[in-house]
Structures are given as structure tokens and as C-alpha cells.
Write a protein that binds this ligand. Sequence first.
Ligand code: HEM
Length: 402
Amino acid sequence: MNEMPPVQGLPTHRSCPYDPPDDYTRLRAERPVVPIVYPDGNQGWLLSRYEDVKTLLTDPRFSSERSRSARTRHRDTKPAMPPGAFISMDPPEHTRYRRLVSGRFTTRKMRELEPRVEAYARQFLDRMEEKGGPVDLVEEYALPIPSLVISDLLGVPSGSRADFQRWSADVLNVELPLDQIKASINEFSRFMQDLIAFKKKEPGDDLISDLVHPGSEDDRLTDDEVAGLCTLMLIAGHESTSNMLSLGTLVTLRNEDQLSALRENPALIDSAVEELLRYLSIVQFSFTRTALEDMEIGGHRIEAGQTVVGAMVSANRDPESFPDPDRLIFDRQDARNLAFGHGVHMCIGHQLARIEMKVAFRRLFERFPTLRIAVPDDQIRFKTDSVVYGVWELPVTWDATR
Ligand code: HEM
């Protein structure tokens, strides 16, 4: 591939849990475009600088389709994406599926959702207060809010939500045995098929009903496509936001000056959310892209068919793009971070996630002025091996006021 020795696997070791894996500082400075050997033995490229990652995400000469890569043609070790999961498609196919969903994510629709997010935040904060600390913030707050909001949007009936949360947690849990993950995937897809059949008979004001009752024949999808598309939305829709809420709370509590600034000036919440997105970059890497033709990036030749991954977790700490990148600064006036990606695949849920974070952080810190982490840092389990970084649980406590 190249004379440079490749790095072995994506960097994961973090000496500080709030900073990106250590290797990125050196890679960004010395080897910003570096060959990499994946755990399955295949090779690709890893990009760590802001400008290069942005190019990867926007340049149409990079494809998101897995079948395009020499890697998958020679040896495919990953399960195929389900039909309808448009994150691994290119335009015009990608455009068609994304358009079918985007009507539910307009600015107006998102604004209409805000009172519901407020109501969920109040409901779970009341429950935490009733229980008294310590509680696990992930289970009591960070997971249920995004999970209920995305379930409402899709039309998942309230009786099935606990099952759905369990299946999607299993699907993303790298620590589980493969048999259990497969069993959960099977249960999940049976659940989706039943739900689709139900929405055909009894449509509601929700995304699944929109998809099974299309406005025109051109927009008609098979049940498998609807199931695949909705599985993508359900999993993407709560897992990342949930990790941002828990890890964002932790890091805010660990930066007392920033928390005080936010308490003194609640209007800081918009830029604080943006800064937490940048600083934590919990979706650490892009989906794999494949070069459609030979090209040069950062002075390196990438051949058609080779795969490339962009590390947003590194790009968002690039000193060339962000002054003092390793400091959390809530009033940083720079909204150019790549936490939601960029280009045609930019996160479709970015507005929703921003509303959820704004409401959830604001109400949490308001309700519990003495909120603190209930265990020392070395007892917090971080999701170091997962594509989506976060914490498995976060015990918090506070001084009761009543
Ligand atoms: C795509 C991050 C919340 C649904 C993406 C991508 C990133 C991302 C980085 C682009 C991946 C790439 O180009 O390789 C995040 C973060 C979130 C979040 C950090 C929370 C803080 C959500 C929510 C939803 C969602 C709430 C659903 C409502 C999607 C979908 C895609 C996507 C469907 C694929 C878009 C496409 O391919 O056109 N997200 N996301 N995400 N996200 Fe999110």
C-alpha cells in the first residue's frame, strides 16, 4: 500500500478519559494520513486532521457504499447493512431514502417537539428526586429521554419501549457474547416486522406510518427497507444522544469554572452544547469511505478501492482549526466542529439531539445545584472500545433540599 509502516488498529488508549486517544496528538502532527491495519487484517487509511476529515466527508469521490471497496470485495468480515439503512449508500439512492425521512426532522417539527422533551426531563428529574441519590444517571435520565423521544417520533408503542431499549443496547454492546447479540438482532427484526404490520392497519402521526402509507408509488418501500431504515433511526437516535448526556454531565461537573459560568449565564447553553459536542466527539470515527478513483490527500496517494476512515475525535481537537483545543470553553465562538459529520451524510438528527441536550442539561443543573459524581473517577467505566464513546453508568448524588 505504501512504504510507511501502518498503525495497528484504531487508537483507543486514553490516559485522560476526557481527551481523545493519546496517539492522535502525534499522528496529527507527524502522520496525519496514515495507513492502518484493521483487526481483521485488512488495510486502509486513517485521517486525523480537521481539513482532511472534512474533505473525506464532503468529496463525492469517496463512497459510503460497502460493496465499492476492494476490502469488502476480497474478504467481507462485517455483517451487511440492512436494506434501507441509508448511512451506507451514495446519492442518488441515499438521497431518495433520506428525503423520505427528512420531513419529520424540519426545524418547525423539532421546535414542536421541545415541550415534549421538557415534559420527559421533568418526569425523570421528579423520579430521581423522589428516589434520592445516589442514582445511575444513565439509567434514570440520559438513556430514557432520547429513547422515548425517538420512539415517539417513529411510533413505537409505549408497551414495547423497554424491550426495544434492551435490544438496541445489546446490539451496540461490544462486551456481550455474539450469540446474545444475534438473538437480540433477531428479536429486534421480528418486533419491527410486527410494528410495520400494525401501522399498516392503524396508522398514526409518526414516521413508520408515513413510510408504510407513502404519498406516491415512487416512495413505496418494501417492509424490509422500512424495517432497516427504522432500525438505523432507532439505534442512531438514542444511543449517541444518551452518551452525550451522561459524558457531558460528567465533564461539566469536572470543569467547575465552566459550570459556574453556565449557572450565571443560562444563555450560554447553546454554545456550551456545541463545545461539549466538539470536546467529547463521542462518535469517534466516520463510517468507512471508499476511494472511487486514485487521488491525493494530504500529500498521500490513495488508490481507487482503498478504504478511508476520518477521526472526528481528533479533527475536533486540531490546533490548526481550534485555538487551545484541549480546553473546554463554554463561550467558544466556533461552531465548525465535525461532531455530527459533514456533507450529505451529516447527522439527520442533529437538531433533535441539540434540543435534547439543551433541555436536559439545563433542567438537570437547575434542579440539582449540588449535583456531584458519587464515585471516584477510577470507578467509572468508560466505553473505550466502542465507536460511540461514553460511560456505561454514572452514579450521581446531591444534597436533598426537603
Ligand atoms: C449520521 C453523530 C444523534 C440519526 C451521523 C453522523 C455522525 C452522527 C457523526 C455521520 C456519520 C458519517 O458520516 O460517517 C451523532 C451525534 C448525535 C447524533 C454525536 C448525538 C449527540 C442522532 C439522532 C438521530 C440520528 C438523535 C435520529 C433522530 C442519524 C442518521 C445518520 C446519522 C440516520 C445517517 C445520515 C445519513 O447517512 O444521511 N450522526 N448523531 N443521530 N445520524 Fe446521528
